[in-house]
Design a protein around this ligand. Structure first.
Ligand code: G6P
Ligand code: MG
Length: 218
């Protein structure tokens, strides 16, 4: 059987952590008297922690010292981790385990390619760490999505050429990163937002076993 590399983003693909990022960023914004909305939170999907804080400050027209910036980054992450600590397997998004098990049964290498520095902690919480042959996250890269670095390293770690990789992504920047890496991009979310992906599905319940097999055989 052919071997393809299957690369999964984490936040918004395997688990819905956007709600926890939102709560933590909202608390931070409130402490700075900035009104932070769910629509703005949408725009932070796939965006690194540093860049997210820069964007929130810009939306609120605030300038702060580097010291305060660093402190707020730490506070935000502590708050976020307090939500993560409560996560368990029930938070894995529907049909993700089915697809992971199918890929494993078909002997296909699986990588994680996430911007999050908390990716390993989250995978442990939801008991999925052993499903991945390689894990590449925000600690391993110097360039954030839409730069393809995270996916290129993820492909390299499973010894699969970029053009033989398939990426599951929920963010605009992530789909662009996969396309730039010459990988097949599969958007998880709305066609209106992820129209630049090769394929788009609302979630994994729409991804059939036959579709996965066709990706492997193409
Ligand atoms: C993912 C999320 C972003 C988050 C980023 C960094 O891409 O979609 O919302 O800002 O990871 O996450 P971290 O856990 O390192 O703060
Ligand atoms: Mg994501």
């Amino acid at each position: 059987m052919n071997k393809k590399g299957f690369i999964f983003d984490l936040d918004g693909v395997i688990v819905d952590t956007a709600k926890y990022h939102f709560l933590a960023w909202q608390q931070l914004a409130k402490s700075l008297d900035i009104n932070f909305t769910e629509e703005e939170n949408e725009q932070l999907k796939g965006v690194s922690r540093v860049r997210s804080l820069e964007k929130i400050l810009a939306w609120g027209n605030k300038t702060i010292s580097q010291d305060l910036f660093d402190k707020l980054m730490g506070d935000k992450n502590e708050e976020y981790l307090s939500y993560i600590a409560e996560m368990d397997e029930s938070e894995i998004l529907p049909d993700v385990p089915r697809v992971l098990k199918l890929l494993e049964a078909l002997d296909q290498p699986i990588s994680l390619g996430s911007a999050s520095k908390n990716a390993r902690t989250i995978l442990e919480r939801v008991n999925l760490k052993s499903s991945f042959n390689a894990i590449v996250d925000g600690n391993d890269v110097s360039k954030a999505k839409p730069d393809p670095e995270v996916f290129l390293i993820a492909a390299d770690q499973i010894n699969i050429k970029p053009e033989d990789c398939i990426v599951f992504e929920d963010s605009v920047a992530g789909v662009t990163a996969a396309n730039t890496a010459h990988m097949i991009s599969i958007g998880i979310g709305s066609k209106d937002v992820l129209g630049h992906a090769n394929y788009v599905f609302n979630d994994f319940t729409e991804i059939s076993d036959d579709f996965i097999k066709s990706l492997i055989n193409n």
